[in-house]
Structures are given as C-alpha cells and as structure tokens.
Design a protein. Structure first.
Length: 224
C-alpha cells in the first residue's frame, strides 16, 4: 500500500532506530517543517530521509539522483530560532521504497512510497550470534586505535534490531551502508555484515588505521 511522504535528501544513510538531528536553514525545508507542525495534531510528524546517489544536499536541483530505499524519520522535538531556522530532533522508524517523486507539488520533494516489512529471514538467530562474535573482534581492533564504537558489548539480541545496530556502528561509506539498508530481511543483512566485518577487521589490522568515511557513527547523525 502506497503512502505519501515529504522527502529530505541527505548525503548519508539513516537507519531504523538511529537518531537524526537536523539543522534546517533552507527555505524549502523550513516550509517542510512548518507543514509537518501544522498537521501534528492529526498524525505523527514524519518525513522520508533518502540518500543522494548523485548531487549534493544544498540547492533546489542539487540532488539530481536518489537511492530507491530510504527510512521514515519521526519528529520528536522542534526548536525554532528568531531568524527562521529550526533544530529538528527525529528518529529513524521504518524503511520505505520510493515509487514516484513529485517535484511541483511543494517547494520540497513529495514521494509516493511503499513501507517495507522487517522479516527476520532464515537462520537469523545463528547469523546474529556469528555477527556479534565478529563485531567483538572488530570493536577490539578499533578500540586499540582509539576509535569510539557504539555500545560494542551491549548490542540487541533481536536479529532485526541487531542488524541495524551493526550497520550503524561499523565504519562504512555511504554505498556499503545503503546496501545494508536495502537488504530484504535481517538474515541477508547479517550475512552481508559478517563479510564486511571480516573484511574491515583484516584491513584495519593490516593498515593500523581506519579506512573509509563513517557517516553515521554512534547513536546520532548531524547535518548542518
């Protein structure tokens, strides 16, 4: 079943369960926030965060191509400033797939999206145990380099929640993280993470440094 969402393209990937603080200063996104707040009494204030495939964040035509799968963000708190800026605190809720994008309905993008289920998939419990073991080794290597790792010893046991916790805690580039977001179920995501953990642990251990760019380290992401 399709639903409509305002879109917020970003140069990063939002995952379910992760916090997203946003500093809103562009006029079109000020309007988005105002539209969400105007309807807050009727329904939760939600918008879709989608990673930019080609382009950049600032400017009306800056995001020239978007990934197909994103994450619904629910607004928790909004702080307004006298100059019209907003600080929005939100949290990733559920994945969606974009069916179509409308560019002339509002100053910001509107999309018809399909909300995606979150099945565990086959052998999820076994894969979860293997990934937790692999992540312990990965975290140890990072800790030795002085890199902070999000709650490395208190990850969730639920396979779906764990798959997203690992995806957010690893030092990954946008494309790797996007591929994890797009996995059909937790089993596929955990299986991919097991491969990534082996690859990254070996690479970090060999180089003595952290490769890549961590766009979503820890429990929150900030965009200015």
């Amino acid at each position: 079943m399709a639903t409509d969402l305002p879109l917020f393209p970003l140069g990063a990937v939002l995952l379910p369960g992760y916090d997203l603080p946003l500093h809103i200063f562009e006029p079109r996104y000020r309007t988005l926030v105002e539209d969400l707040l105007a309807k807050a009494d009727e329904a939760p204030a939600r918008f879709g965060v989608i990673a930019i495939r080609l382009g950049h964040e600032v400017g009306v035509e800056a995001a020239r191509d978007l990934h197909a799968v994103g994450c619904v963000a629910e607004v928790n708190e909004v702080t307004s400033f006298e100059d019209g800026r907003y600080l929005v605190q939100s949290t990733g809720m559920i994945r969606f797939r974009v069916r179509s994008v409308r560019r002339d309905e509002a100053p910001y993008l509107m999309a018809s999206v399909e909300l995606l289920p979150e099945p565990a998939g086959p052998d999820a419990e076994e894969l979860a145990a293997a990934v937790m073991t692999g992540f312990d080794g990965y975290a140890d290597v990072l800790t030795e380099l002085g890199v902070e790792v999000r709650e490395p010893r208190s990850l969730p046991s639920d396979p779906v929640a764990l798959s997203y916790a690992i995806a957010g805690a690893m030092v990954l580039d946008l494309n790797d993280r996007q591929r994890l977001l797009e996995c059909d179920d937790a089993s596929r995501r955990l299986s991919a993470e097991r491969v990534l953990l082996r690859r990254e642990t070996a690479l970090i251990d060999a180089l003595g440094s952290v490769p890549g760019d961590d766009l979503l380290r820890g429990s929150s992401m900030s965009v200015n």
